[in-house]
Design a protein around this ligand. Structure first.
Ligand SMILES: C[S@@+](CC[C@H](N)C(=O)[O-])C[C@H]1O[C@@H](n2cnc3c(N)ncnc32)[C@H](O)[C@@H]1O
Length: 244
């Protein structure tokens, strides 16, 4: 396999899969996103090349450029890890890169990662489903580009269950207003989990009609629904490796 599209999980290096850690240790080149933190990049051998293609405000990296880079590194015979935050196929544009590799005839594999869509709520003690409270959860992006399908928030309000929004911070006022217009109770609990599983994790809690004015910072996952009132964190247990 020349290229691996690898999920890095939500941030905590302990949440990498065993396969992801092994591939990082064997890589010649690691092409990574902005959301992949230093703790994970520290697992890359010093001899390997690190290429940061993270898209940041004011510094967009065209997707075609990334796909072309992966193809060209693979053709040079490099063992390439394309490392993406969370899961590569959950709003990670991993599908587009897989398609480009397929079109170029480059062998590749996909390693799923723990998506922030479930890891961030869990880190805040919020189960996305909970017997008698939420029987389903919908994961949706709050970020739309011109020409892409609009999200029908009003329809989503009628689906029931938990709504988990990624990339929703800048649009939170519209999202809240549309969900309320669609019938969600303005008092619906909301949890906004910022920088989940990292040393900077912060959880803000409130009601849906308070979301617009809440001081939420990216990256954050918005959890909307009755489960967001739960905080099942308990007493933090020491890591097993910490011994007794
Ligand atoms: C481009 S999407 C990538 C999602 C990623 N593929 C995944 O499965 O988690 C980026 C968004 O993921 C969410 N996100 C990723 N990591 C996060 C974290 N550690 N804490 C909170 N939100 C996170 C935020 O909503 C952020 O805007």
């Amino acid at each position: 396999m020349n290229v691996w599209l690898v999920g890095a999980g939500p941030g905590d290096p302990d949440l990498l899969t065993v396969k992801a850690a092994r591939l990082l240790a064997e890589a010649d080149v690691v092409v990574h996103d902005a959301l992949v933190g230093g703790g994970i990049l520290a697992l890359v051998p010093p001899a390997a090349e690190l290429i940061d293609v993270g898209k940041r405000p004011g510094r967009p990296v065209p997707q075609e450029l990334i796909s072309t880079l992966l193809v060209s590194l693979a053709r040079d015979g490099k063992r390439v890890v394309r490392l993406k935050g969370g899961d590569p196929f959950v709003f990670g544009r991993g599908g587009e890169e897989a398609q480009a590799l397929l079109d170029a005839g480059i062998p590749f594999g996909v390693v799923p990662g723990i998506t922030s869509a479930v890891a961030a709520p869990a880190a805040a003690g919020v189960p996305v489903t909970h017997r008698g409270v939420a029987a389903s959860f919908t994961v949706v992006t709050g970020h739309r580009r011109a020409g892409e399908h609009e999200i029908d928030w009003r329809a989503l309000a009628r689906v029931g269950g938990t709504v988990v929004v990624l990339m929703g911070v800048s649009q939170r006022a519209t999202i809240a207003a549309e969900l309320i217009a669609g019938g969600l109770d303005p008092a619906t609990p909301v949890a906004a989990v910022q920088a989940a599983t990292t040393g900077d994790q912060v959880t803000l809690r409130g009601r849906l009609d308070e979301l617009a004015s809440a001081d939420v910072r990216s990256p954050a996952v918005l959890v909307i629904g009755a489960v967001a009132a739960l905080e099942l964190t308990g007493v933090v247990a020491p890591a097993f490796s910490g011994g007794r």
